[in-house]
Write a protein that binds this ligand. Sequence first.
Ligand SMILES: C[S@@+](CC[C@H](N)C(=O)[O-])C[C@H]1O[C@@H](n2cnc3c(N)ncnc32)[C@H](O)[C@@H]1O
Length: 249
Amino acid sequence: MSDAMESEFGAVAAWTADAVRILGPEYAVPAACQGSADPLMLEWLARECRLAQRTVLLDVGGGMGGPATFAAREYGARPVVLEPMIAACRAAADLFGLKALACEGSRLPVADESADAVWCLGVLCTTPDKTELLEEIARVMKPAARLGLLAFVSDQPRPPGAPEGNDFPSETELPGLLEKTGLEVTALVDPPESADHAWQRRADEATALIGQLHAGDPRLDEARDQQQRIKKLIGDGVVRAKLLSARRF
Ligand SMILES: C[S@@+](CC[C@H](N)C(=O)[O-])C[C@H]1O[C@@H](n2cnc3c(N)ncnc32)[C@H](O)[C@@H]1O
């Protein structure tokens, strides 16, 4: 992972956990959702993946565990965060008491056919080998288990101004990518419009506090640069978010 990505997903994770301790527990889930920052999106994913009491949900590239905690609190799922950044795993355990294992998405320390559902939110574009990642996800899914994906797509893999380490799939290649790893797309939609202003305000306040506490730290500048780049590409319509669900066949 590049230095900029380490700053974005590692240093920021540790700082987010500190900021939540200052701001209060109601800030934890909004602040710990990176890329999946909206309850309507998470509800869509939860419904498509048929989350229910005791559903074993693996969140691959689960970051600080915000989405996994949403799934546990709102649907009674039993999530496990699988995430390469140790600082993010620590934040998931400290903030939410989640089980979080440090690993690459292409080498999950999980038995074959052990998951009822898998989430992989905002991760596909951060890894060069998408087939390897999806094959590994398919391996750990039970037959007929569901996958929920938040994917950022673009017509060019690396459009000008792309954040470091990002390599976007195109919208048209996504179903084929999934199919060749044994996954059949069951839905592909645009994310619903965000409506939860309190959620967004809390996420923004946590971001602002991190900015104050770590001003002058070059890792903050790197992380902010990454975030601003993706925001601009999305604002310009060059990168688009897509929600997908898939079934293992
Ligand atoms: C945009 S963040 C999304 C985090 C989380 N899914 C969420 O929605 O809050 C992308 C995450 O993917 C993780 N990641 C990057 N490369 C990965 C890989 N090869 N395998 C698994 N996770 C990876 C990063 O460490 C980061 O936590």
